[in-house]
Design a binder for this molecule. Structure first.
Ligand code: XMP
Length: 327
């Protein structure tokens, strides 16, 4: 199975563990042949594509790979920790962890315009990554989790979508071992490589992360409330068998408060908005029905456990008219 010289249309699709193993063996050979004794750098977000590329490269060249994980402070609860656990500890990779939360949140303070927020996050990501790259010596290759749909869609749409988009002037040769695969195949390969199921099957998460769900100007307290409420929603969807049935589900928290009552006292808090949609291509989306009993349970948990939240709302708007994200 020589995938490299084939176009995806003619390739046998990777649907089984055996095919994934064959792909992995082939890529290990290819990567070694391309890289030789050279050093490779990878921006590891913890998303499916970069995680699978990291695991492939670790298998092929071990410590010749350096992974840089930039925590922009807009990750979901536990995500950066999982990257450190899986790649830093279990796979014993060369992992540079950069907690740049303060840099991002300081720059974002007072900025309410969604496109401006995205630009700040994308721009700062490149800066931080660039700074880290320049501290390392002798790197001549840059690995990227480019997948086939990225190549098909490279008409500019993805450009603002991918926070991991890296500076053009970096003089590295690219290593892109999954560039001919579709997302489903990357997942099969990820499982064959032994990555955790939750990492390989995680729902799509925008590059600017919680930044586009902490609506308007981001504040640390509201961002914290959003992260906690989102973790409860994910936990309940997992426990109740919805995680595999809903394409994307999350919480958005707007920057206004309403009056409520907590513990017998007036309590002004933000609403948490639940969004749960199904789609195949994210171009249009339908609303997944969630059992009322579960909605009541989630509402109860969020309003009692999360500081700052005093109402839970459900967004019933399909796409179109609403986009999936609120910003
Ligand atoms: P919308 O909101 O346009 O979202 O209906 C469609 C899909 O794209 C994701 N999305 C983003 N992904 N950077 C990304 O990497 C972004 O700025 C961004 N905005 C939206 C969204 O989560 C959904 O899956």
């Amino acid at each position: 199975m020589n995938l490299l010289n084939k176009r995806p249309e003619n390739m046998e699709r990777i649907t089984t563990k055996a095919l994934a193993d064959a792909f992995i063996a082939e890529q290990v050979r290819e990567i070694r042949a391309q890289v030789g004794e050279g050093k490779v750098l990878l921006a590891l977000s913890g998303g499916v594509d970069s995680s699978v590329v990291a695991a492939l490269l670790i298998k092929a060249i071990g410590k010749q790979l350096t992974c840089v994980h930039v925590n922009h402070g807009l990750m979901r609860k536990g995500e950066s920790e999982q990257v450190i656990e899986v790649f830093g500890k279990e796979l014993d990779a060369n992992l540079v962890y950069v907690d740049a939360s303060d840099r991002f949140l300081d720059l974002l303070a007072g900025v309410s315009e969604p496109e401006k927020k995205r630009k700040i996050i994308g721009g700062e990501f490149i800066k931080v990554f660039d700074e880290e790259a320049s501290k390392l010596e002798g790197i001549s290759f840059l690995a990227q989790g480019t997948i086939y749909p990225d190549i098909l869609e490279s008409d500019g749409v993805k450009a603002h979508h991918n926070v991991g988009g890296l500076p053009e002037d970096m003089e590295f040769e690219l290593v892109e071992p999954v560039r001919l695969l579709y997302k489903d195949e990357v997942r099969v390969v990820g499982e064959a490589l032994g990555l955790p199921h939750a990492m390989v099957y995680r729902q799509p998460f925008p590059g600017p992360g919680l930044g586009v769900r902490c609506l308007g100007a981001i504040t640390r307290d509201r961002l914290h409330a959003l992260r906690e409420a989102d973790a409860i929603l994910r936990e309940e969807f997992d426990k109740n068998g919805l995680a595999g049935k809903v394409w994307q589900y999350f919480i958005a928290v707007p920057d206004f408060k309403s009056v409520g009552v907590k513990n017998g006292k007036r309590y002004e808090g933000w609403p948490a908005i639940i969004r749960a949609v199904n789609t195949t291509d994210a171009m249009s989306a339908t609303i997944k029905e969630i059992p009322y009993a579960l909605l009541h349970h989630i509402t109860n948990r969020i309003t009692t456990e999360v500081e700052g939240i005093n109402r839970v709302l459900l967004d019933l708007t399909p796409k179109p008219v609403g986009t999936i994200e609120w910003e």
